[in-house]
Design a protein around this ligand. Structure first.
Ligand code: ZN
Length: 512
């Protein structure tokens, strides 16, 4: 199955044979039809990460060209989450509009992406019009069976292209072999109703998926799906709706593979650190298809495709210039992240993580002596883990909003209220607080190992944004006095009062 030139890339391979009809007569004179699918999911970065060692869409473009030489029936698809979040996306263009995914669309166009479905992060874009604009700028096609545009009190699909065609619930594509034998492949997409943007209407995942598969089944030979769901929902959906050859998953950021009945479920690593290559072989005389899936690392062994690299470079130069103007050196390697620093949204908004802890220790290094250090998890926007060589760029993309710290002297009962809301009502939201030197014990809190006392005053260092009452359920903080911090010093060097600068300086110290 694997060409020799790919064998060095192979570190996981599995094979599934399934029969979609009762009889398996095979006429040897009829050649099978093949289809090769290059599958990515959850890509926020157009350039390599880990100091250049992992990912990079110019490398993925080369992989697609290699696969095309192996099998002219090669397509590339992306199972959602690519227009947001990113450092580049938050920057503004000369016309004042945020870049908001345009860098990704242009890079994916150059790379030769063919199909995509929506992930929850596509709906981070501020308005339906902006998302619609990005779809129209895409040379690839979108398909989704359960998410629709819902502004101006109408529910309708987004528009696929300038001809006014709509984003359909499924696509049917025909592939042929040299003999002219055909296989009809149905491709559908589904997204979890996670990001409740007010301009999106979601239909239930299982019902929509089942109805779409049932509509497709009589029309095609093989059904494959792009599923932007969490792992448990993928497994349940494959049980509930059998007969789909392949779920090309997303939303989870680490590679995995499962079998559920006839269905292969596979997800690659986020940010194109790996890609899945699914080689499907269809035997026309028997109606049998075979799926062979290989996880391919995207690393320097794959050279850059020059035309994709040119697009990436254009955008990275923009970022480099803007960040350079602000005094940053995005390429500087600061430290090695081993184990990885946890900054996935689902984790960082629900529990304390090692990355939250590192950022807060950076606060303490610069502003020592406070009783408690806090940061709102919503200011940590990476939705990924950082592993390997950590650069300034990694810090900038984690903390894209920046902003300074202040100190507050809070009565014990107010600090308790802040901590309770952070851990309780705000769990799962951006107002969930990462905290340092405050630990939950039963219904109460330990501050530096001592029970929190209502009558006592506590020095709390936190982002000015939170102190000003801008975070959900913590508006009352604006009624308490803020103290400006004095000059900040980390490891003997003065540092600007900005969470990004503080974290960079502290990581540089850790990496020494
Ligand atoms: Zn997602």
């Amino acid at each position: 199955m694997i060409q020799p030139r790919f064998s060095f890339l192979l570190f996981l391979s599995f094979l599934l044979v399934f029969s979609s009809c009762a009889t398996t007569r095979q006429a040897p004179s009829v050649e099978p039809v093949t289809l090769t699918i290059l599958h990515l999911n959850d890509v926020y970065e157009i350039s390599p990460l880990e100091g250049g060692q992992a990912g990079g869409l110019a490398r993925v473009a080369t992989l697609k060209q290699q696969l095309l030489r192996e099998d002219p029936n090669t397509i590339a698809l992306l199972s959602g989450d690519f227009l947001s979040p990113s450092l580049i996306g938050n920057l503004k263009k000369e016309d004042g509009e945020r870049i908001a995914g345009q860098q990704m669309v242009e890079t994916l166009n150059a790379m030769g992406l063919d199909y995509a479905t929506f992930g929850n992060h596509e709906f981070d874009l501020k308005t339906a019009d902006l998302l619609q604009k990005r779809i129209l700028q895409s040379n690839f096609e979108y398909t989704v069976c359960n998410a629709f545009r819902a502004d101006s009190s109408r529910v309708r699909p987004f528009v696929q292209n300038d001809a006014g065609e709509l984003v359909p619930p499924f696509l049917i594509r025909t592939f042929r072999n040299a003999q002219g034998q055909e296989v009809k492949v149905g491709i559908l997409g589904v997204v979890l109703p996670f990001n409740q943007a007010d301009y999106v209407h979601y239909e239930p995942v299982v019902v929509s998926f089942r109805e779409t598969v049932e509509e497709l089944r009589p029309k095609v030979d093989v059904i494959v799906a792009m599923t932007h769901l969490n792992e448990a929902d993928d497994l349940a959906l494959a049980e509930e709706v059998p007969g789909v050859a392949l779920f090309m998953g997303g939303h989870d950021h680490h590679h995995m593979s499962h079998y559920v009945g006839e269905t292969v479920i596979a997800k690659a690593d986020a940010n194109a650190k790996t890609a899945y290559v699914h080689r499907i072989t269809w035997y026309p005389s028997s109606g049998v298809s075979k799926v062979n899936s290989t996880l391919v690392p995207i690393n320097p062994a794959l050279p850059d495709d020059p035309s994709t690299a040119a697009v990436v470079e254009k955008w990275q130069e923009n970022v480099g210039r803007i960040m350079g103007d602000q005094g940053y050196s995005p390429g500087e390697i600061l430290m090695d992240a081993d184990p990885p620093l946890e900054c996935q949204e689902v984790v960082v908004r629900r529990r304390q993580t090692n990355y939250g802890n590192l950022v807060l220790r950076a606060f303490e290094a610069a502003a020592p002596g406070a009783d408690v250090y806090l940061i709102n998890s919503g200011s940590m926007r990476l939705d990924d883990n950082i592993s390997g060589a950590v650069t300034q760029y990694d810090v900038l993309r984690t903390l894209p909003f920046g902003g300074g710290l202040v100190r507050m002297a809070l009565p014990g009962e107010v600090l308790k209220k802040v901590l309770d809301i952070g851990e309780g009502e705000n769990r799962g939201e951006g107002g969930y607080l990462q905290r340092y030197r405050a630990e939950k014990e039963g219904e109460g809190w330990l501050i530096n190992g001592q029970p929190l006392k209502a009558g006592q005053r506590y020095a709390v260092v936190l982002p000015a944004f939170v102190a000003a009452g801008n975070e959900a359920n913590l508006e009352f903080l604006k009624d308490y006095k803020q103290e400006q911090l004095g000059p900040l010093v980390v490891d003997g060097a003065s540092v600007r009062n900005d969470v990004r600068d503080l974290t960079i300086a502290y990581m540089r110290f850790l990496g020494k």
